[in-house]
Ligand binder design. Structure first.
Ligand code: ADP
Ligand code: MG
Length: 336
């Protein structure tokens, strides 16, 4: 990138996309920006931006570029592009589990929060279409905006981009009763028609189990690696093994396994009580041929923050350790 182009990008990075508090550059809407003999020429994609905001966007981009020295004239052109052409996502983690209710969404949300705190650009694609719980954990209920060309995600308090079926339902508790093909279509749309822009990492909350819906995700989205969540309650290794086998069959790397609700810390003594039985962490890691990334305790504060839609407020040593191991696994460490 030339120095002049960098200067133009910097100016455009101050212009926010209507409907989402992220900039033109972050959403990767700047297609070109050049300056020749005082004449600046900027081309922006209008993807996912409702028509009524097009003029505003052009005016703001013009104003931002006009402020630069040596710029005498600015033209801003809008072009159409599909979100798929614009999305630039470095890493994709899919969180899966053999069954529901084990804390899959929770792990997805806590990892996203950890990344966001480090200043990373993060998104969560809630692919659990029939049981979408991500927006509730983040306390979000706004409706996504968009246009014919694409949909914009909703931003969490920490700036995590979120897309979920839950955001489109008339009432939060409304159930989605859809059949296989429609489910797959919804997930594919979240992947292809949502403008995620530039992200360091997208975390996908998969539907539980090893049915068609998680399979579709593994088939259609270029996943960097999967994380399998389980609890010590699970009776056999069979469930975890089956999930891991599915990933392996699709040639997707297993980053590791996470044991949730592993223990409870007794407030009086600080002693760890294994409420649901002895930890299966090592066993599961062995069964799946991937490292144990972490063990999360059953924590009443965490349950409360989930209910209050404030999961981003939670932090603990166990989460920090899990996060560090996930980052190491993504970087190909962990002894591999
Ligand atoms: N470690 C934990 N400590 C406290 N509550 C938890 C924990 N894990 C899960 N929960 C509670 O269980 C609920 C279900 O978890 P969730 O992540 O939605 O499961 P899944 O996505 O696997 O169906 C959460 O909303 C939360 O209230
Ligand atoms: Mg869930």
């Amino acid at each position: 990138m030339s120095q002049i182009e960098a200067k133009l990008q910097k100016a455009l990075n101050k212009v926010l996309v209507p409907g989402i508090m992220r900039s033109l550059v972050q959403m990767n809407l700047v297609r070109s920006a050049e300056l020749n003999e005082g004449k600046a020429k900027v081309t922006l994609a209008s993807t996912a931006i409702p028509a009524q905001y097009h003029k505003l966007l052009k005016d703001q981009a013009t104003a931002a570029v006009s402020k630069l020295s040596r710029v005498e004239e600015v033209t801003v052109d809008l072009v159409e592009a599909r979100p798929k052409e614009l999305n630039q996502i470095e890493k994709i983690i899919a969180v899966m589990s053999g069954k529901g209710g084990v804390g899959k969404s929770l792990v997805a949300s806590l990892l996203a929060t950890s990344f966001a705190r480090e200043g990373k650009d993060i998104g969560i694609l809630d692919a659990d279409i029939t049981g979408p719980s991500i927006p509730k954990m983040f306390g979000l209920n706004a409706r996504p905006s968009g246009s014919e060309t694409g949909i914009l995600p909703i931003l969490s308090r920490l700036g995590i981009e979120i897309m979920s079926m839950n955001l489109f339902l008339p009432s939060e508790d409304e159930a989605v009763i859809w059949r296989g093909p429609l489910l797959s279509k919804a997930i594919t749309q979240f992947w292809e028609e949502v403008l995620w822009g530039k992200l360091d990492c997208l975390i996908i909350d998969l539907p539980p189990g090893t049915g068609d819906a998680p399979l579709t995700v593994l088939q259609t989205i270029p996943i960097t690696g999967v994380i399998d969540v389980f609890t010590p309650q699970e009776l056999t290794e069979m469930i975890v093994k089956k999930a891991v086998r599915m990933a392996q069959k699709m040639n997707v790397r297993v980053l590791g396994v996470v044991e949730n609700m592993s223990y409870l810390v007794l407030p009086e003594t600080g002693k760890k009580l294994e409420v649901f039985g002895r930890s299966k962490g090592e066993e599961m890691a062995k069964a799946s041929g991937a490292p144990l990334l972490g063990k999360l305790p059953l924590d009443p504060e965490l349950a409360r923050l989930c209910d209050e839609g404030r999961i981003e407020m939670y932090s603990s040593d166990a989460v920090s350790e899990l996060f560090a191991n996930v980052v190491a696994a993504l970087d190909g460490k962990n002894g591999e």
